[in-house]
Design a protein around this ligand. Structure first.
Ligand code: CDP
Length: 236
């Protein structure tokens, strides 16, 4: 497979065309950003760790019946994925209250959310990813009603699979963000699943093992990602 021109350059990943129109190469960079791109730093090894982390999780999700864009790892920090028509929507599920939820609603941190919460956000950094609901999505034609239902169904199914996977490794899946796209008339899970886009706490100490370490300047960011990978049995 030949790597072609760059199609998109996001905050932490770049996407390249290939000689196969339906396939892309996703390059996980070391760039780490927070606060809608206001804070950006290079973190050694992060691209490589996230590439392997994402591959492992996407494979577990496929085995659990979630259709994803992931095809295969082709280098330390690159994977081949299907070329999706991405929806401009972020799907967030929360098992424990923290982050923007607490700021927005004034609720306490660390509450168990039962049943888990589901929220839609518009993917737009300039507007700071505003929260939206089903009606915005339909009126502005960002997705169809069927796609809304599918996003909810798949995002909760991901929660069932990953909550258990992490808990078996002594880690609480606090919350996470997913993005979906269209491919041959079907909705597939796109983007990535790594500690950049979820919150992971040690089950005993509640130590943060995710990008909050970067947001909060706690240090040991990639070391924490690697510790999670090791506990999950991912070879880095
Ligand atoms: O992270 P922040 O407090 O700004 O937002 P949140 O709404 O509490 O984020 C919920 C979950 O989605 C966290 O695991 C975030 O890491 C993730 N997220 C993300 O990956 N990308 C975004 N643009 C927004 C949230």
């Amino acid at each position: 497979m030949q790597k072609g021109e760059m199609l998109a350059n996001g905050k932490a990943k770049s996407v390249y065309k290939t000689d196969e129109p339906k396939k892309l190469i996703m390059h996980f960079r070391n760039d780490t950003s927070a606060f809608d791109g206001e804070k950006i730093e290079q973190l050694d090894r992060k691209g490589m760790v996230n590439n392997k982390f994402n591959a492992f999780i996407m494979q577990r999700l496929e085995e659990g019946g979630i259709p994803t864009h992931f095809e295969k790892v082709i280098s330390e920090d690159e994977s081949v994925v299907k070329n999706l028509d991405m929806l401009p929507i972020e799907c967030v599920v929360r098992n424990i209250s923290t982050g923007s939820l607490c700021k927005r609603l004034g609720v306490a941190e660390g509450l168990d959310l039962e049943p888990p919460l589901f929220e839609f956000f518009l993917k737009n950094d300039e507007l700071h990813d505003p929260m939206i609901n089903d009606f915005h999505i339909i009126s502005f034609k960002w997705a169809t009603q069927d796609e809304i239902e599918k996003m909810k169904e798949l995002t909760f199914k991901v929660n069932d699979i990953l909550k258990k996977l992490f808990l078996d490794a002594g880690i609480i899946l606090v919350d996470y963000k997913l993005e979906f796209g269209r491919y041959d008339g079907k909705l597939l899970l796109g983007d990535e699943f790594s500690p950049d886009g979820c919150r992971l706490w040690d089950v005993n100490t509640r130590e943060k093992l995710d990008k909050d370490r970067f947001r909060q300047g706690l240090g040991g960011v990639v070391e924490a990602y690697e510790a999670v990978a090791e506990r999950l049995g991912i070879a880095i």
